[in-house]
Design a protein around this ligand. Structure first.
Ligand code: 6PG
Length: 467
């Protein structure tokens, strides 16, 4: 008996993904070093002729039909290289290896080059949607070997989430395109999460909303234009009682956010590309500030902060909904801009409409807004920044003032709103035909003869500045 699909790494993600494959009419075989994981899969899978697993690598490889389609769902980094090296002696030319983890994109490029020399089709495929997504339908972002992908396509299309019947998976481009797109997906995820937490802070500290009211507010928002997975789970979080004591669980959770690196990589690479994504950058910085809990507690004793005054400039919840919508748009705009630039720089040939479409279901950043984003890019294939799309100008223009009101209110009342204020500052700078950076050019030329260009004539200039 040979199986259609192989999966290495039977942790929660791997187990759920392979069960999803089996649910969709394909036979699947798993491999894990841990006998407990193998047993867990066999128990949950039931019929062994449909889904089975082993701790023995040769048995695993022999159980797969050729060309073998082997997906890795193991932690990113050295483990991926180790698994590949263990597998290689057992494989034949034409076999396919898919890395489904959050691998750094240059690692994917290196592995693809290494494996293609050996006749193995390798590609990276970002998988989003957490454990539930893996089980019931994730969004999948494959890139790399097109031929390799064509072999796996029917399986991926069957297991992926569906948006109005369309599978949330598509071949995105050569080399590491799939991992790169997933990385920026996660950067956007960081931005949206930071913004949601700021709005929560504001509603709680200024509006005095209880967790029950926060639950109601986010639930209502999720029925409107803010409809998204992250707003939906935020509403659920406020409804969750503490399982170890009294009150709401959210109030007992330590305010130190962890991170595995994909948001940081997005920011680092945006810097390399010269593309500003300040809302995502600050979301990474805020996780870092949050981790400095002891310093924050000490500094809180040293400085006074303003007493929070009630909001008088309008209905807080309405302002918050407008501002969050505005800042969500800005965050997607920054991430999509980075993707458009990366596509040119790395030769990914990304189709922005396709990306927005495969994010409409299954993934963590799925949102009603992605319909508008897909439509903006399909109307204008050359569109770089969403702010320039007629699809978005009205939406942004009508919500930016709420962001202004809340950012100034937050500043005066000592409520940090760094994501929101960065989104606003980005908007104000991006839409300024003249910025004061002429002064920076003058300073550079003054102290270092770095030269400057002029507004009124062509050429490169240097002045002997008088002291
Ligand atoms: C997804 C997520 C996932 C990511 C977690 C945790 O799309 O399903 O992006 O891939 O690993 O969200 O990321 P952090 O630990 O960095 O917050």
């Amino acid at each position: 008996n040979t199986y259609d699909f192989g999966l290495i790494g039977l942790g929660v993600m791997g187990r759920n993904f392979i069960l999803n494959v089996a649910d969709n009419g394909f036979t699947a075989f798993g491999y894990d070093l841990d006998a407990g994981q193998v047993q867990a899969l066999q128990e949950e899978g039931g019929d062994r002729s449909k889904v089975d697993a082993t701790t023995d690598l040769p048995t695993f490889v022999k159980s797969l039909s050729t060309p073998r389609k082997i997906m890795l769902l193991v932690p990113a980094g050295k483990i991926v290289d180790a698994v590949i090296d263990n597998l290689l002696p057992h494989l034949d030319k034409g076999d396919i290896i898919i890395d489904g983890g959050n691998s750094f994109f240059t690692d994917t490029d290196r592995r693809e080059a290494y494996l293609s020399e050996k006749g193995i089709n390798f590609f990276g495929a970002g998988v989003s949607g957490g454990a539930k997504g893996a089980r019931r339908g994730p969004s999948i972002m494959p890139g790399g070997s097109k031929q390799g992908y064509s072999e796996v396509k029917p399986i991926f299309e069957a297991v992926a989430a569906k948006f109005e019947g369309e599978p949330c998976v598509a071949y995105l481009g050569p080399k590491s395109a799939g991992n790169y797109v997933k990385m920026v997906h996660n950067g956007i995820e960081y931005g949206l999460m930071q913004l949601t937490s700021e709005i929560y802070d504001l509603l709680k500290k200024s509006g005095g909303l209880s967790n029950e009211q926060l639950h109601q507010t986010f639930s209502e928002w999720n029925r409107g234009r803010l409809q998204s997975f992250l707003v939906e789970i935020t509403a659920q979080i406020f409804d969750q009682k503490d399982d170890l004591g009294e009150g709401s669980l959210v109030d007992k959770i330590l305010d130190k956010a962890k991170q595995k690196g994909t948001g940081k990589w997005t920011s680092q690479n945006a810097m390399d590309l010269g593309i500003p994504i300040p809302t995502i950058d600050i979301a990474v910085s805020m996780r870092e500030i949050s981790a400095l809990k002891d310093d924050r507690v000490a500094a809180d004793q040293v400085y006074d902060r303003p007493e929070i005054q009630p909001m008088t400039e309008g209905a807080l919840e309405e302002l918050a909904e407008n501002a969050l919508y505005f800042a969500f748009i800005i965050t997607y705009a920054q991430g999509m801009h980075q993707l458009a630039e990366a596509s040119k720089e790395y030769g990914y040939e990304l189709d922005m409409t396709t990306i927005a479409k495969i994010w409409r279901a299954g993934c963590i950043i799925r949102a009603g807004l992605l319909e508008d984003i897909a439509s903006a890019y399909s109307q204008d294939k050359k569109l770089v920044n969403l702010l320039m799309s007629p699809e978005f100008t009205g939406k942004v223009q009508s919500t930016v003032n709420a962001a202004r009101t809340l950012v100034s209110y937050g500043a005066l009342n000592g409520i940090p709103l760094p994501g929101l204020s960065n989104a606003l500052t980005y908007f104000d700078a991006f839409t300024s035909s003249r910025l004061p950076l002429n002064l920076i050019q003058a300073q550079r030329d003054h102290f270092g003869s770095h030269t400057y260009e002029r507004t009124d004539r062509e050429g490169i200039f240097h002045t002997n500045w008088e002291v």
